[in-house]
Design a protein around this ligand. Structure first.
Ligand code: GDP
Length: 360
């Protein structure tokens, strides 16, 4: 079975930003991902959300639809948003593709009832170190005593429906949390009050249970974030591809799951990845993605592609991958490339990955 559906590129030629979700255990990372992913998946392919290898893809149309109430009909300059599926995996901000973090933007989830916790601060330090942009989801607003549910509503609308007491508790907690961020050296502000976007980080109150604030969060990720990183998101021909995982799959042997950030991959491409016992040079036997419809996804069956060129999660089957190392870059050997040089570049990654593993 062969698929060749490639989304049309936008005028500015920006690629989809890659997003990961971080924060303290129990802050609601998994639930938040479920919430932004789940709403439309039930309605089949209309929403266009596709689950990929290690990631979920949200097309711009889906996000536009879900943010309608924000009257933000402004055009979205990115084709969509790719959210990495394993929340809280701190290696994702650490995973590098040619020197820069795989994630373009992160959502830092903070429980409004708990404020900053040890792993919030740990995540924060990762983000600072990697110079990764992020938005703060101040989650579990529905737990404020007396909160009136406004399912999937923009946060401004939801807040407008709350009683004085709820607002008082909300403001007290918000002020405390802004102070806690300040103690970490960061200025933060409710996003709709934030006039200094860029220097002051945005806070979006959310509920991953009833969906308040989720439209705002999505819109920030696809509309505001790209404005701050036009250069980073401009599509280039140069291959940028990061190995997420090395896995044995029945019928395919050892495979690697990768995120293609930029450039193109073809069946048959000669590739080099970093391995435990030196560089692995091999050829792509199969470029695989899951079937678009969940129901059709029988375990172990994938769509085969002749080539893939947009940001997405892909499974690659090839010989000799059993020693490949997750978190390193994948290289393609072109007809005029010096293979020895590429092998060296591939192995350059290993030292940095190993030193990061040691530290954590
Ligand atoms: P993670 O460890 O950060 O991935 O946290 P989970 O997503 O597993 O959530 C931890 C617990 O908090 C679960 O029992 C969730 O149901 C609950 N939870 C998450 N988000 C919310 C929220 O917005 N409101 C409420 N009331 N509970 C939440």
């Amino acid at each position: 079975e062969v698929a060749d559906d490639q989304p049309v590129q936008n005028g500015l030629n920006l690629r989809s930003p890659i997003c990961c979700i971080m924060g303290h255990v129990d802050a609601g990372k998994t639930k938040l991902l479920d919430c932004i992913r789940g709403t439309r998946v039930q309605e089949g392919e209309a929403g266009g959300i596709t689950q990929q290898i290690g990631a979920t893809y949200f097309p711009a149309e889906n996000i536009r639809e879900r943010t309608k109430e924000l009257k933000a009909n402004a055009k979205l300059n990115v084709p969509g948003l790719l959210v990495i599926d394993t929340p809280g995996h701190k290696s994702f901000t650490n995973l590098r593709s040619r020197g820069s973090s795989l994630c373009d933007i992160a959502v830092l989830v903070v429980d409004i009832m708990h404020g900053l916790e040890p792993q919030t601060i740990e995540s924060l330090n990762f983000l600072k170190k990697g110079n990764t942009n992020f938005v703060i989801a101040l989650n579990k607003v529905d737990r404020l005593y007396g909160w009136k549910t406004c399912r999937n509503a923009p946060i401004g609308k939801a807040i407008g429906q709350q009683s004085k007491d709820v607002m008082m508790e909300f403001n007290t907690r918000l002020t405390q949390i802004i102070t806690q961020f300040k103690e970490q050296g960061l200025n933060t502000e409710l996003y709709y009050k934030n006039k200094e976007m860029g220097d002051t980080y945005n806070i979006v109150p959310t509920s991953a249970i009833s969906g308040e604030g989720i439209p705002d969060l999505l819109l920030l990720l696809v509309q505001w974030a790209p404005k701050t990183m036009i250069k980073r998101l401009t599509c280039s021909e140069k291959l940028q591809c990061t190995v997420l995982e090395v896995k044995v799959v029945e019928g395919h042997g050892t495979t690697i799951d990768v995120v293609l950030v930029n450039g193109m991959l073809h069946e048959g491409d000669r590739i080099v990845v970093c391995g435990m016992q030196g560089p692995v040079v091999t050829s792509i036997r199969a470029l695989l993605t899951p079937h678009p419809m969940r129901e059709l996804r029988v375990k172990g069956t994938y769509l085969h592609h002749k080539e893939i060129k947009v940001v997405q999660g892909i499974k690659i089957a090839a010989q000799g991958l059993q020693h490949a190392i997750a978190g390193t870059s994948l290289y393609v050997v072109g007809p005029n490339d010096d293979i020895e040089y590429i092998k060296e570049s591939a192995m350059d990654d290993v030292n940095s990955v190993i030193s990061r593993i040691d530290k954590s």
